[in-house]
Write a protein that binds this ligand. Structure first.
Ligand code: ZN
Length: 585
């Protein structure tokens, strides 16, 4: 978490027009700027940037937000990275880190301890005679010094506590234990977790060493040993090698996902540098999101025998659900990337990447091997499995292309397949993205304009404080935003700062940027505001009237005259109020 005051300070010293115009050719239009939207195929300039409100919004695809949001989307960086970049630009210092929810100091302590461990293993590999066999092993596997240096490879001595003795006193025992570098002995004292193993440091996206993987040099088991999960490290939230590969991934707008440490390093050395390792074949949703921040194009490169496993396919479907495009690279049976490159060379390897199959082709070929495509039962089984995959696809065009293709492959009619898909999708919960869009569109124009105008000028805000109540807002998110504005004591809330509250909530961000952008299109803001307030009042009265009518009917049924008189009086008052509103209109 970055303190709000700091975010505000950064925003105060940053101009959204200046930032966005470095990426998009902005043209002045009245008080605002317009351009073709950089986030969708846009012929008319639907993209608007408001210098007054320090926000952007696209009327075409609906993206919007403040300067942080723009850079996150355009540069595919995370919030923290964007804030850091703008802070640097503005000459503002951000206190270091709390990325895993840990307190800053604790995080720094852990990071420092791991860095010491990394240095220890690294030096041991380079200098100690005991590590000769490790150096020979790396040489035999064809790893160059420059490669092992780039990944900080090290070696853990075979002794039971050589590492512990070396770091003891420099780092407190509980920290080493928490990081899983040492393990308590039954009778007291500690011994080293990693012994007689090649060490692969695991860095997070900012280059901090958060864990280690250790590989044996012979055939003993377990072949790999990893740092345990902790609040400092979670395997499912990291991609090995992503830190080193970030730039190549963005440059090529694609990532190759491999399984293990050695696969990744072999790829790097063969000149394929846009690569990251999942350390296991089942991608987690956190890993998929990490990928998505950097690119939408994913090539999966697992061992031939593992790529077909259910867990693997599930991970790939997660990619589809996140709107990523997935391709599968198939290596000949018995090969992994490392052995393939060694035997057939880097050029053949690059060809294999180019020949990657779509997830559609890939899954279909697996199913065809399993079921008889000529029999009716076989067709039904294959169709059912494939249709499950289709329902994950976010892209309509892709889905329809796949449907055509599958119908052809199975010699079925497209209609029959579509009917099957309908059944499938109706069984599923609505996808969060779709439901989000559906809710947003139901914010009424009236609510949008009032919200936008409250953020437009102090005079509308103070009027709204008098005339509008929270219950007037039907849309729950809009109501929550209004509540925040009304409760703001500082009276310094701006659209761009308000959006900071909703960093994790794209729907609310969308509502705010849309409301602000709508207001920018108004020719007479004062009139629009009065109209909206009147309409809001009249709809409030209509609701009250309806409710009263119900109670009047009940009082009539009960024959309760006193209450009836009172209710009828109220009803008349409401009618008067309504009449006044109509006269004002
Ligand atoms: Zn757009």
């Amino acid at each position: 978490m970055i303190p709000d005051a700091l975010l505000n300070q950064i925003q105060d010293r940053t101009d959204i027009v200046e930032i966005i115009s470095a990426y998009v050719p902005l043209k002045r239009a009245g008080q605002n700027f317009k351009a073709p939207c950089p986030f969708h195929h846009d012929k008319t300039p639907s993209f608007i940037v408001s210098p007054g409100k320090q926000i952007f919004h696209c009327f075409g695809c609906g993206v919007g937000g403040n300067v942080f949001g723009f850079l996150m989307k355009y540069e595919k960086n995370d919030f923290r990275e964007v804030v850091q970049a703008l802070a640097d630009r503005a000459g503002i210092e951000i206190p270091k880190d709390r990325r895993s929810g840990l307190e800053e100091e604790r995080f720094a302590e852990y990071a420092k301890a791991n860095q010491w461990a990394l240095d220890f293993y690294r030096n041991f590999l380079l200098k100690e005679s005991q590590a000769e066999k490790a150096r020979a092993y790396l040489k035999k596997r064809g790893l160059l010094d420059v490669t092992t240096a780039a990944f900080g490879l090290g070696f853990a001595p075979a002794d039971w506590d050589r590492f512990y003795e070396a770091l003891r006193g420099r780092v407190a025992d509980p920290i080493l234990e928490k990081l899983g570098l040492i393990i308590p002995k039954k009778g007291g004292g500690y011994y080293d977790r990693f012994r007689d193993r090649l060490i692969f440091p695991i860095l997070d996206t900012r280059g901090t060493c958060v864990a280690f993987g250790g590989r044996v040099l012979d055939d003993s088991l377990p072949k790999y040993l990893n740092s345990p999960e902790s609040d400092f490290y979670s395997k499912g939230r990291n991609l090995y090698g992503l830190y080193q590969a970030k730039k190549p991934i963005r440059d090529r707008d694609a990532v190759v996902i491999v399984e293990g440490y050695m696969d990744l390093i072999a790829c790097h050395q063969a000149g394929v540098q846009h690569v990251a390792a999942s350390l296991g074949t089942a991608l987690t949703s956190e890993q998929v999101r990490l990928i998505k921040r950097n690119t939408k194009n994913v090539f999966i490169l697992y061992d031939a025998d593992k790529a077909g496993e259910m867990a693997t396919l599930r991970g790939l479907e997660l990619c589809l659900e996140e709107g990523l495009e997935v391709k599968i690279v198939r290596l000949p049976q018995g090969h992994d990337p490392d052995s393939f490159i060694k035997e057939l060379g880097a050029e053949k390897f690059r060809q294999a990447l180019e020949g990657a199959k779509s997830l559609f082709d890939y899954k279909l070929s697996l199913l065809k091997a399993q079921f008889d495509v000529r029999s009716v039962e076989g067709k039904v089984k294959i169709a059912n499995e494939m249709v499950g995959l289709f329902s994950k696809v976010q892209n309509e065009i892709l889905r329809s292309a796949w449907t055509k293709e599958l119908a052809k492959e199975l010699a079925l009619s497209e209609e029959a397949l579509l009917a099957e898909m309908q059944k499938h999708t109706s069984r599923q919960r609505p996808h969060p993205v779709e439901s989000r869009a559906a809710v947003s569109t139901s914010v009424s124009m009236m609510e949008k304009l009032i919200l936008g105008l409250m953020l437009d000028h102090e005079r509308f805000l103070s009027k709204a404080r008098e005339e509008v109540s929270l219950e007037d807002f039907q849309h729950p998110k809009a109501r929550e935003i209004i509540k925040r504005i009304l409760e703001d004591e500082s009276r310094e809330i701006t659209p761009a700062k308000l959006i900071n509250f909703y960093e994790q909530d794209p729907e609310s961000t969308h509502i705010i940027s849309l409301a602000c952008a709508e207001v920018e299109t108004l020719t007479d803001k004062q009139k629009a505001f009065s109209d909206c307030v009147l309409r809001m009042k009249s709809s409030r009265i209509r609701n009250e009237r309806e409710e009263l009518q119900g109670r009047i009917a009940a009082a009539q049924r009960d024959g309760n005259k006193n209450r009836l008189t009172k209710l009828l009086y109220d009803f008349n008052q409401l009618n008067k109020g309504m009449k006044e509103i109509h006269e004002k209109k």
